[in-house]
Design a protein around this ligand. Structure first.
Ligand code: ZN
Length: 178
């Protein structure tokens, strides 16, 4: 509990200057908080390391945070989970997206759950409050790509997968008719 709050505060400080891509430009921290809450409430995940890693899952990829910093504050298990959720930003975006599909089945069960929750929350945001400069085509392409990534993340948490399928279905139906 104490570490969870420490992680929420750590993530809030690291993401403090960043905003979400929606029209309102919501604070970025809303996203990791939503992912951690989704794991706890939908996925019934109680493992503290997983919830902490969910709060921190975008810090290394999107801020100056290092793996060592996370290991020092939250331990090796959390650090390695965060790294499993971190893309190599030295690669081109298209290559990073391709690798997410290829590497999804190779992740640990714990990282698969975090990534499932992350994708579900991002997909739901596109349906309810999309990035301000994304047209329908880009939204549809994100859904199609996310479905491929998530195909490789299945078999670890039935409730998370059911929720993902609901959101995927809603989006793919909506874009099919447009
Ligand atoms: Zn994320």
């Amino acid at each position: 509990m104490k570490s969870l709050l420490k992680a929420a505060r750590f993530a809030a400080e690291k993401h403090s200057t960043q905003k979400r891509k929606n029209v309102a430009g919501s604070p970025y921290i809303n996203h990791p908080l939503e992912v951690a809450d989704h794991l706890a409430t939908v996925g019934q995940v109680t493992d503290e390391d997983i919830l902490i890693a969910a709060l921190l899952h975008d810090t290394v990829e999107d801020t100056q945070t290092t793996r060592e910093e996370i290991a020092d504050h939250f331990g090796e298990t959390v650090a390695s989970l965060v790294m499993e959720c971190t893309d190599d930003k030295s690669l081109e975006k298209a290559e990073r997206k391709r690798l997410q599909i290829v590497n999804a089945p190779k992740k640990s069960d714990e990282a698969k759950m975090i990534k499932l929750a992350d994708k579900t929350c991002n997909l739901r945001s596109i349906l309810t409050d999309p990035p301000k400069d994304w047209d329908t085509k880009r939204q549809r392409e994100y859904f199609e790509w996310a479905r491929q990534v998530c195909d490789g993340l299945k078999g670890v948490n039935a409730a998370l997968e059911a929720e993902l399928d609901t959101v995927l279905k809603e989006g793919l139906n909506r874009f099919r008719t447009q």
